[in-house]
Design a protein around this ligand. Structure first.
Ligand code: FMN
Length: 136
């Protein structure tokens, strides 16, 4: 059984990209993540992205490398990566999408490491999630 892996990063929308790209990212990512058995949650605050990825280690790391190189965002900062022991409430679909309107992403960045993932999970109910998202 392959090890289960989780990863959380923060990044910033590129100055030459509009938020309109987010819908395209979500649409394409849903299908690709499903094929790779990757589960994910992408939070966008109008300026920054915070994305949680979970799955087998190799595909999760390979996807993070592809995402890091994507010119639609910059300033990619890895907050935490490591083994996922228990199923996470953050990873229930191939790509969940949520909006955030306050300083939550600053708080997650300051927490850093495994605590950033814990805080991300605690803040999840305060995010504006797409209709039909499972309740945490
Ligand atoms: C903020 C952000 C999040 C992304 N999330 C995903 C994702 O969860 N899954 C995915 O396949 N691509 C995601 N992408 C797109 C990848 O960077 C990349 O375009 C895609 O994986 C390329 O796939 P391809 O090499 O098969 O064309 C994301 C891009 C950005 C900017």
């Amino acid at each position: 059984m392959a090890e289960r892996y989780q990863l959380l990063y923060l990044s910033r929308l590129s100055s030459d990209t509009t938020p309109l790209c987010v819908a395209e990212i979500v649409r394409a990512a849903r299908q690709k993540n499903q094929a790779q058995r990757i589960r994910s949650l992408l939070v966008f605050d109008g300026l920054r992205f915070c994305q949680y990825l979970a799955g087998e280690a190799a595909p999760v790391r390979a996807l993070a490398d592809r995402i890091r190189a994507d010119p639609r965002h910059t300033d990619f900062r890895l907050l935490h990566e490591g083994v996922l022991r228990d199923p996470s409430p953050l990873s229930r679909s191939s790509l969940g999408y949520a909006l955030c309107y306050d300083d939550s992403l600053d708080r997650i960045e300051q927490a850093g490491g495994a605590q950033a993932i814990e805080l991300f999970a605690r803040l999840l109910p305060s995010f504006d999630r797409e209709p039909g998202s499972p309740r945490p």
